[in-house]
Design a protein around this ligand. Structure first.
Ligand code: ATP
Ligand code: MG
Length: 367
């Protein structure tokens, strides 16, 4: 997939921007606060109808304006599409592909995909298990509609069960429904564990290879899936996993009632990431953290390609800082296949780019 061109009107700090892009690597250089991240945000919006850093669409509309527009020519599955996004401060947004209205964000991701790395993603290594579960969920949801359905249902059941546990001491009758919710959570949970195990297995194959290349063969990344302790082999079919989940729930039933919280299930899963045998969350340096996150994102892109035969557009926001020259060289010149966008502040890197275009960004215009 490639973004051939983009046109932005009143999107963030862009009054009007019209530009074509290189099918391979596009480096966007500029000082702070010139609009580099905003441009990647606009491209990412074309694939997901959401922004990684805006809670509300109206944040994307230029101050004092009532609407913003993104229009882009993209190539996907051998076909050209004109994608159009219209954002309004006081009305519903409109999404269109070749002039035809799209009703959901899902329809947009069915046409066009991106993988974004942004500085906030460093949480993937640094923060608690929830961050890594979110990464897994977003990757698997894009590939497996069944997983997305099970995940949504699991989250709904979780909230419901939590309410039962919280209010159970005041209204003991509520606890009669607990088994019913536990059973349904275990059924959905078994689906989640099964898919997560298979996705992690592929991550385990792909990520260390990329990571080794990026770190110049100096570091070795490993990962391990930790799920409900009674599960012996998480790759087994959901119906084989179910009894183990029910067993674990049964053993924790009283503790759940006492602590008024859900203690059993894949909402506690962890993806442990180690670099050279040390727990990355506690020991990785800044550059190592960045390299590990980058390797995970590139692995997700590889797996997406294996599944669909298409390379999602790769958006790397500020990935080069804190990386040594060898790792920067990997990012600039060794990410094979697909279209890549890289933002950075330092102009020096542009001379080192072998295949692609360099854009200089100043106050929302390209010079
Ligand atoms: P850095 O190198 O610091 O990451 P950047 O080039 O990535 O900088 P952006 O995050 O793209 O900078 O932001 C560029 C400018 O856009 C900022 O000055 C910001 O205040 C401005 N901006 C953000 N949202 C809006 C908006 N809705 N209307 C007008 N300007 C906005
Ligand atoms: Mg930025």
């Amino acid at each position: 997939m490639t973004v051939d061109s983009i046109c932005l009107d009143f999107f963030r700090n862009y009054v009007h921007l019209e530009t074509k892009f290189h099918p391979r690597v596009n480096v966007i250089v500029g000082e702070n606060a010139q609009g580099k991240t905003n441009l990647l945000e606009a491209i990412a919006y074309l694939s997901s109808a959401s922004s990684h850093r805006a809670r509300y669409d109206k944040e994307l509309i230029q101050h004092k304006m009532d609407s913003a527009f993104i229009t882009s020519q993209v190539l996907s599955r051998g076909l050209n599409f004109t994608l159009e996004i219209e954002l309004y401060r006081h009305a519903r947004r409109q999404l269109r592909s070749n002039g035809i209205r799209l009703k959901t964000a899902g329809e947009l991701s069915g046409l066009f995909n991106t993988v974004l790395f942004c500085p906030e993603d460093l949480y993937l290594i640094r923060e608690g298990a929830e961050a890594r579960r979110r990464f897994l969920d977003s990757c698997i949801c894009q590939l497996r509609p069944k997983y997305a359905i099970a995940l949504a249902e699991y989250k709904r059941l979780y909230q419901h069960k939590l309410r039962i546990l919280r209010d159970g001491s005041e209204y003991p009758d509520l606890l009669d429904t607990l088994n019913e919710f536990s059973l349904r959570m275990a059924q959905c949970g078994a689906v989640l564990i099964h898919y997560r195990a298979h996705f992690i297995k592929r991550l385990q194959q792909v990520t260390p290879v990329i990571h080794r290349e990026c770190s110049g063969d100096r570091e070795h990344l490993t990962m391990e899936y930790q799920t409900v302790s009674t599960v012996t082999n998480p790759e087994q079919p959901p119906k084989v996993l179910l009894p183990a989940l029910l067993d674990h729930q049964e053993r924790h039933r009283q503790a759940e009632i006492d602590s008024r919280s859900c203690l059993s299930g894949p909402h506690k899963d962890e993806l442990i990431i180690n670099i050279d045998g040390s727990y990355a969350k506690s020991y990785a340096s800044q550059g190592q953290t960045r390299t590990a996150v980058l390797a995970l994102k590139l692995a997700a892109r590889d797996i997406f390609f294996q599944e669909t035969g298409e390379w999602p557009v790769l958006l790397l926001d500020d990935v080069l800082s804190e990386l040594d020259a060898r790792r920067q060289e990997f990012v600039l010149n060794h990410i094979a296949n697909g279209q890549v966008f890289i933002t950075c502040c330092e102009d020096g890197v542009s001379a080192r780019l072998k295949e692609g275009s360099v854009f200089h960004m100043k106050e929302g215009t390209l010079v």
